[in-house]
Design a protein around this ligand. Structure first.
Ligand code: S3P
Length: 464
């Protein structure tokens, strides 16, 4: 109805003013210096992807979902706030322990103000999918980094399902979404390997009559499919003509669950590489998610000569998990098989650091998607590594890195490396600092809180 539309336009106008791209006023620079060996046992926080999904599915199940090990980083807290704003009862009971009382499929309410996704691409894409099949009109906003990232990839399929969008130029945030109710089921073939796009369409499909189908020519992380099955959704996954085909039957109730979130392999990655690079290290990282759609880095590091042992491989809450014992080892450069990229897409920044200290050359290809993450991770890492003495060539789809053969990187006595509001760049360059001669000064460590709030504490503890 026009009245809602006008109200929505007003909200859009207001959010535009609030979210004009700004630099981080609270930038926290930090100098990472050559490190003592990493030793002992640590546990990294819960998996970010699984944490977002447990709050979202909990919020639309019928009854009470209980989550332990939830990642309490800013990204996941943005999703929690959004689910609350749309009527779910989301409560923190203790450290990583949360209770979500769901409203049932189709029960979400119109939020009073814009949904603020902060720095979080996952909140943005998944929540747009969720809202797209509800009679909800709302605006979505985010920080300067998120406001540069492409949303056309979800706007396209969700428009086919009937939702309408008024986006900022280039299909970006801030944007206004008017959901479709009822939405139309679609069959959508993913034009790029993206678990966020896949999940957006499946979440929209939950409140859509009929069967919503997503075809994945290249498999991506499958946490949504696993968790939807756990919640009792009618979902089938088949292999057809070399592609994964996911069919979801909409508008059936979800049953609340007890969810145990495993440790995030993308957070463990920084410690895997740090312990590999720093001589004398022997570090055990407990309870790391080893879902094959996420564990690509372990295989690639082993191919380069890393010493990573999986101890006590087990299954927790429908996800494979293991403790990883990582000892220092000399690395050799390799050509990284582009087909492993989706299974380690967030780990390339820290792999580039490992490559910068390997013997010989490492070549990576097929990484165009890295250009649209929290920053352009090819350009940002090439510049950051060069600033600390690494030899790097940037190509359109990857980096070629000539390693030092184990010699520490020069580091930088007076230059600050730029992280562009990207948590994984900050943590990767922290690891580079540990393996440097003069240390590495990172311009802003505050974005680390989006995914790994106790990173500094764990690093201090492991190198003490
Ligand atoms: C995520 C998917 C990936 C990843 C992101 C989390 C998810 O993004 O980079 O950190 O939880 O679905 P894309 O799906 O855009 O590749």
């Amino acid at each position: 109805p026009p009245r809602i539309k006008n109200g929505a336009r007003l909200a859009m106008h207001q959010c535009r003013c609030q979210s004009r791209p700004r630099m981080n006023a609270n930038a926290t620079p930090h100098r990472f210096t050559p490190s003592a060996p990493l030793r002992g046992t640590i546990a990294v926080p819960g998996d970010k992807s699984i944490s977002h999904r447990s709050l979202i599915l909990g919020a639309i199940a019928v009854g009470e979902t209980h989550v332990t090990g939830l990642l309490e980083g800013e990204d996941v807290l943005a999703t929690a706030a959004a689910m609350r704003a749309m009527g779910a009862d989301v409560e923190r009971l203790g450290d990583g322990e949360w209770r979500v009382h769901g409203v049932g499929i189709g029960g979400l309410l119109q939020p009073d103000s814009a949904i603020d996704c902060g720095n979080s691409g996952t909140s943005a894409r998944l929540l747009m999918g969720l809202v797209a099949s509800h009679g909800i009109t709302t605006s979505f906003v985010g920080d300067a980094s998120l406001s540069k990232r492409p949303m056309g990839r979800v706007i396209e399929p969700l428009s086919l399902m009937g939702a309408s969008f008024t986006a900022s130029p280039g299909g970006r945030f801030p944007l206004m979404l008017e959901g479709a109710h009822p939405a139309v089921p679609i069959t959508y073939r993913l034009p790029m390997p993206s678990a966020q796009v896949k999940s957006a369409v499946l979440l929209a499909g939950l409140n859509t009559p009929g069967i919503t189908t997503v075809i994945e020519p290249v498999p991506t992380r499958d946490h949504s499919e696993r968790m939807l099955r756990g919640f009792g959704a009618q979902i089938e996954v088949a292999e057809e003509d070399g592609a994964r085909v996911i069919r979801l039957s909409g508008q059936t109730d979800l049953q609340p669950q007890d969810i145990v979130v495993p440790g995030d392999p993308s957070s463990a990655a920084f410690f895997m590489v740090a312990a590999t690079l720093v001589e004398g290290s022997d570090l055990t990282i407990r309870n790391v998610g080893m879902n094959p759609t996420r564990a690509g880095l372990v295989g690639v590091l082993r191919q380069m000569g890393a010493n990573i042992e999986e101890v006590d491989a087990r299954e927790v809450g429908g996800e494979p998990v293991a403790d990883l014992r990582v000892r220092h080892a000399a690395l050799t450069g390799i050509e990284v098989d582009p087909s492993v990229a989706p299974s380690m897409i967030d780990e390339f920044p820290v792999l580039f650091v490992a490559a910068a200290l390997a013997q010989g050359t490492t070549v990576t290809r097929g990484l165009e998607e890295l250009r649209v993450k929290e920053s352009d991770r090819l350009a940002t890492m090439a510049a950051a590594l060069e600033a600390v003495g690494a030899r790097v060539e940037e190509r359109e789809d990857g980096l070629t890195i000539h390693g030092t053969g184990g010699e520490p990187l020069r580091g930088s006595a007076n230059a600050r490396v730029k992280t562009h509001l990207d948590h994984r760049i900050a943590m990767s360059m922290a690891v580079a600092g540990l393996a440097s001669r003069d240390g590495v000064e990172v311009d802003d460590t505050s974005p680390i809180a989006t995914s790994f709030p106790n990173f500094m504490e764990l690093l201090d503890g492991a190198t003490r």
